[in-house]
Design a protein around this ligand. Structure first.
Ligand code: PDD
Length: 280
C-alpha cells in the first residue's frame, strides 16, 4: 500500500514530490483542488468531482486541461496506490511564474499535483453518538463555490473548534445566515423536513450534499434549499454535516446547547444508511 504522489505526469514517493517556490498556489493560493475517496477499490462519485473541478478551473480562468487527461491520471495513481479505501487529493495551480499579481502568459503550464493515501476513518462512535460544534463568523471570501486552496479561514475556524473541545465549526454570516462546516455542508431538520443552504457563491456545492438530496428524493423526504438563520439552527430537531470523509455526521450539541433531544435523530440515522446503500 504505497503512499504516492503524482506531479505533472510522474508518480513518485510523496517525500520526493517537490514544487518550485514560485508556484502560484504557494504565492497566491492560486490553485484549485478536489478530494475523492474510494470504497472497496472503487472511487465514489468520480465524475461529479471531475465536473466540480472543471467548474473551479473555468471560474478561475485556468488554461484548459482536458478532463480525460485528469481522469486518466487519477485512475493511474489510484491503481498504483493499491488501496481499497484510498483518499486522492488533487491540486492544480496556475503554474510557476515570477511573483506578479497579474496572471502569467496563458501558455504557462498548469502545475498538476496529487497524492494517494489510505483514508483515516473517524472513530465509529462519533458517527454513532454524534459530535459537538460551535458557530463562528464566516470570514471567507465571496466565491466559496470555487474549491480553491485558500483555506486559511477554514483552518482558523477548525482550530478554534478544536481548542473549544468540539469537533467542528459552522460558518454563520455576519447577518446570521447559517452556511456550512469548515469542510462539510450542513443540513438541519424540523418536523421531518430538511433545510440546507442554497447553492450560490457562499458555500461549496458538496458532492455528498447532492447524493444525500438524491437519497431524500428517492425516500420521499422533503428538502428545502433556502437561507436559514442562527435561530432556526438553535431550534432544529436535528443537524448533520455531510462531506466526502465526513459522510453523514450528526451534530448533537451546538454552542453548548443540545440539538433537539441531544441525541442522534431518526433522519440522520436514515440518511447514514441511505448513503451507505449508495456507496455499496
Ligand atoms: N472538503 N464544504 C466545504 C467548505 C468543503 O471543504 C467540503 C469538502 C464540503 C463537502 O464537499 P464534498 O461532499 O464534495 O466532500 C463542503 C474536502 C473533503 C476537503 O477540504 O478535504
Amino acid at each position: 500500500m504505497p503512499e504516492l504522489a503524482y506531479l505533472n505526469g510522474k508518480i513518485m514517493p510523496i517525500a520526493e514530490a517537490m514544487v518550485p517556490a514560485e508556484d502560484r498556489g504557494y504565492n497566491f493560493g492560486d490553485a484549485v483542488y478536489e478530494y475523492v475517496a474510494s470504497y472497496n477499490g472503487k472511487l465514489f462519485c468520480l465524475e461529479l468531482h471531475l465536473d466540480r473541478l472543471a467548474h473551479s478551473m473555468r471560474e478561475m480562468r485556468f488554461a484548459p486541461l482536458s478532463m480525460e487527461t485528469i481522469r486518466h491520471a487519477i485512475l493511474d495513481l489510484f491503481e498504483k496506490g493499491q488501496m481499497a479505501r484510498a483518499g486522492i487529493y488533487i491540486q492544480i495551480s496556475r503554474g510557476v511564474a515570477p511573483r506578479n499579481h497579474a496572471y502569467p502568459p496563458t501558455d504557462t503550464p498548469l502545475q498538476f499535483f496529487m497524492t494517494v493515501r489510505p483514508v483515516h476513518e473517524k472513530p465509529p462512535e462519533v458517527r454513532e453518538k454524534g459530535a459537538f460544534a460551535i458557530t463562528v463568523v464566516d470570514l471567507r471570501w465571496g466565491r466559496c463555490d470555487i474549491k480553491t486552496v485558500q483555506l486559511v479561514a477554514n483552518c482558523m475556524a477548525k482550530q478554534q473548534a478544536l481548542e473549544a473541545g468540539v469537533f467542528d465549526a459552522i460558518f454563520v454570516s455576519a447577518q446570521g445566515v447559517v452556511r456550512e462546516g469548515t469542510s462539510s455542508n450542513l443540513f438541519i431538520a424540523k418536523n421531518g423536513v430538511l433545510v440546507t443552504h442554497p447553492l450560490n457563491h457562499q458555500i461549496l456545492p458538496g458532492i455528498t450534499r447532492q447524493v444525500i438530496m438524491d437519497v431524500c428524493r428517492d425516500q420521499g423526504i422533503e428538502v428545502q434549499e433556502r437561507f436559514f438563520y442562527r435561530e432556526e439552527l438553535a431550534a432544529a430537531d436535528e443537524a448533520f454535516l455531510t462531506g466526502t470523509i465526513t459522510e453523514v455526521l450528526p451534530l448533537v450539541r451546538i454552542d453548548g446547547q443540545p440539538v433537539g433531544d441531544g441525541v442522534v435523530g431518526p433522519l440522520a440515522r436514515r440518511l447514514q444508511h441511505g448513503l451507505l446503500e449508495r456507496i455499496q
